[in-house]
Design a protein around this ligand. Sequence first.
Ligand code: OGA
Ligand code: MN
Length: 254
Amino acid sequence: MEEMAAITSNLDLTNLPVDNPIDTNTLPLLTPNVHQIDNNTVSQHELQLSDFEVNWEARLTNTQLDQLVNDGWIIIDEVFENKALLALQAESGFIDYREAQLTAGVRISKIRGDKIRWITKDFFAGFYYLKSINELASVLNRALFAGIRHSEAHYACYPVGFGYQWHSDNPANRDERVISAVFYLNDEWTATDGGALEVIDNHGKSHNVMPVANRLVIFDSDLQHQVQIAHRQRYSIATWMRRDGLIPFVETAN
Ligand code: OGA
Ligand code: MN
């Protein structure tokens, strides 16, 4: 894994000139119905922060906190209520994704093939998701003295045939990212769909995590991990809890 040290994360990504809808022929997962509200549709206007409320304190058992410290990673399943999950899935299907880049500003699809969009307050569901993650960060600060000061997240879509090679989420000589958390959005994902997250834990042991809907995998940002090649479009939200203060995020206008 030595040769991978040169791979940086998207930490310094500030300029994304490429507007690249994921696939104009691919139907979104859900049709957000913002104008017409009936009993059967989840409307973005109806969506509230409370829909994303998670009792993180209760969800994180002492055993899990110990595992996070000792092994470096944990999984939490069935994170959100259905309404929040559906809203995140719908939003992920409508995003105008841009090519993910490495710090050098060149997209190297052999290393990472995901298309991304950073979450800002202009997103409905994504922004509530991020607020909920901040609550999780507070719990981690209280329980583990994690020292997290803010969180950042982007939606990601891996087109068929792409993954993300071995890397850590802190590029060489950086340590601002304390905890990485990836939330998955894929219904009915099976092993034959590929796209597993492979993490090397604190003991050097490798684990495969399937990117199934409503699952949050939480791991030490220094751990080495990779995304195996996806055979189906793979949707997720990559999230980082950071020890530095808020950094201004600049994204090129459409
Ligand atoms: C990342 C990453 C893992 C995943 O975006 O840095 O490692 O399972 N993602 O999507
Ligand atoms: Mn990563």
